[in-house]
Design a protein around this ligand. Structure first.
Ligand SMILES: Nc1ncnc2c1ncn2[C@@H]1O[C@H](COP(=O)(O)OP(=O)(O)OP(=O)(O)O)[C@@H](O)[C@H]1O
Ligand SMILES: [Mg+2]
Length: 224
């Protein structure tokens, strides 16, 4: 269970302050496939980055994996981000000078890569249908292929939490549907919690958990 309590986030842009989240309180069940939806500017990305400890709230707290993020030391936050959370971004965020395998291994490159970890990276790439593209670089891959590399990268550490911000935002709808099919299949196999921000409601299924934001708060109006 992820418990979000009275969460607020004010972004500062020069002199102006933008209240992206305004006292949000809600829960996200463990193991669920959750969508965060809402109009542009409603605070979806802000919330996702706070859950992943990529950013810190102005006030309020988030309890993830049984612990309030505010209570973690800097070292514990770094470990949480590296080991417990897999991120997938709209723009893939692959490194252009590395091949698919090394892009999957990137979070662990600074420590040196054990052969077993390299094998796991290759097996994950096989798993997402990229076995014939292991040594291609991002500019030699289609958008859908790049996103599959990014998903394999997110899964390498077997995270308990996968966070994706508009993972199909730069893909055509057929490729987007494929990426969601992979995310769902891997979610079913790995038993983790997946939270996806999307504008595209076609990917939502009846059993999914939905968090609807409006103006930095929960939008509790019934769906139109
Ligand atoms: N780093 C930042 N600095 C200043 N303002 C920001 C920053 N990030 C977000 N904001 C502002 O906070 C509000 C919420 O932004 P956020 O990115 O969370 O919205 P969103 O729901 O993800 O929107 P979109 O659907 O367009 O991606 C917006 O008004 C945005 O302009
Ligand atoms: Mg966003």
């Amino acid at each position: 269970m992820i418990r979000i309590t009275n969460l607020s986030k004010v972004h500062h842009r020069g002199e102006t302050e933008v209240a992206a989240l305004r006292g949000l309180t809600c829960e996200i069940p463990s193991g669920a496939f959750t969508f965060i939806v809402g109009p542009s500017g409603s605070g979806k990305s802000t919330l996702l980055y706070l859950i992943g400890a990529l950013d810190q709230p102005t006030s309020g707290d988030i309890e993830v994996l049984g612990r309030p993020l505010s209570k973690l030391t800097a070292l514990e936050r770094d470990r949480f981000r590296r080991d417990d959370v897999g991120f997938v971004f709209q723009s893939f965020n692959l490194l252009s000078n590395l091949d698919a395998v090394d892009n999957v291994l990137v979070p662990y490159l600074p420590q040196g890569i054990a052969p077993s970890l390299r094998e796991r990276a290759i097996s994950l790439l096989n798993r997402v249908g990229m076995g014939k593209r292991l040594h291609h670089r991002p500019n030699q891959l289609s958008g859908g292929e790049q996103q599959r590399v990014a998903i394999a990268r997110a899964l390498l550490k077997q995270p308990r939490l996968i966070l994706a911000d508009e993972p199909t935002g730069e893909l055509d709808s057929a490729t987007g549907a494929e990426v969601f099919a992979w995310l769902r299949q891997l979610h079913a196999e790995q038993n983790g919690t997946v939270i996806v921000v999307t504008h595209d409601h076609r990917y939502i299924q009846p059993q999914d958990n939905i968090l609807k934001l409006r103006d930095g708060r929960l939008d509790e109006a019934p769906a139109a």
